[in-house]
Design a protein around this ligand. Structure first.
Ligand code: NAP
Length: 276
């Protein structure tokens, strides 16, 4: 079994390491990519192809794990050379998935989404939909955790968008409320009092969200663009619009954060609300 990755960041390197351990052959192309991506691919020990088209041509299953804004571009780039199955794993709307998969003219296509962070490795829940989704789910025999949720392209990405609207909305609200609490030096109290109503798991998940929001803000802003586009087909999504704006503006307030902070106060110290 040969699995190819388009894009080799956090998701690809995590899945690749797990699959390599299970004896799956992994390939990618890092020509023209950043030093971070090159290092991730080299340290994972994957096979390096000269071009993305070569990856598409040689893979039984090809996974698109780029960034939301590049989803369509990479599909366009390799679409004519796909021989096996092309799986779009990016956080994008059903409309974007359909557009990207429309460029894959020669192979089978699958809509898929990662449900949560990739930190649990191969065990991270992934959902898939489309008439050929079962082929992707065969990777479960190598330890992956893929659940086929339907036969329609767009179903998996829709579910993911709905989950993101909720989780990223909560993250934005946490950041806003806890920043003011931090400035008043009552953030620990706020955590404790909220835990009394929100339950025992609240503290851990709130702290994790507060730590990751600014670090992943750029990617989340792109994801929220997709969520907003999706929900706008059904309603006037005011909360989602605000969350989208929040993640677009966060890097302007914190500056670029290159390393995940050890705690949320480290991020809050960097925040600049222009004199406030
Ligand atoms: N990380 C998570 O826990 C998680 C969870 C759920 C969903 N997702 C989704 O999974 C996808 C990948 O996320 P990630 O966390 O792995 O992102 P990441 O760490 O930022 O990696 C993105 C990778 O894509 C590459 N890339 C960007 N544009 C490209 C292009 N035009 N052609 C080829 N490669 C390109 C980047 O290369 P450079 O370094 O050169 O820019 C990098 O290797 C995203 O769509 C994200 O929304 C991620």
């Amino acid at each position: 079994m040969k699995v190819g990755f388009l894009g080799f960041g956090e998701v690809a390197s995590t899945l690749a390491r797990g699959l390599l351990d299970q004896g799956v052959q992994i390939l990618t192309c890092v020509e023209g990519r950043s030093s971070r991506t090159v290092d991730l691919a080299k340290s994972a020990g994957v096979e390096l192809s000269q071009t993305p088209q070569e990856v598409a041509e040689s893979s039984d299953i090809i996974l698109s794990t780029v960034v939301p804004a590049q989803t369509v571009n990479v599909a366009k780039e390799v679409g004519k050379t796909v021989k096996g199955v092309y799986v779009d794993l990016n956080n994008v709307s059903p409309a974007t998935v359909k557009k990207s998969l429309s460029y894959v003219v020669s192979g089978k296509t699958i809509d898929a989404a990662i449900m949560g962070g990739i930190k649990n490795g191969l065990k991270t829940p992934i959902i898939a939909s489309g008439p050929d989704a079962d082929i992707f789910a065969k990777l479960n025999q190598y330890g992956m955790n893929i659940d086929v949720i339907g036969q329609g392209i767009g179903q998996a990405s829709a579910l993911k968008m709905l989950r993101s609207a909720y989780t990223k909305g909560v993250s934005a609200l946490l950041f806003e409320t806890f920043y003011a609490a931090y400035r008043m030096d009552v953030d620990e109290f706020l955590l404790n009092y909220l835990s009394q109503t929100e339950g025992p798991l609240f503290q851990e998940s709130a702290i994790s969200r507060l730590k990751s929001s600014a670090f992943h803000a750029k990617r989340r802003a792109q994801e929220m663009d997709e969520v907003l586009e999706f929900l706008s087909d059904y309603e006037d999504p005011m909360m989602t619009r605000a969350t989208c704006e929040f993640f677009h503006s966060l890097p302007l307030k914190t500056g670029t954060i290159k390393k995940k902070p050890a705690n949320y106060r480290e991020t809050f110290r960097k925040v600049d609300y222009k004199g406030k």
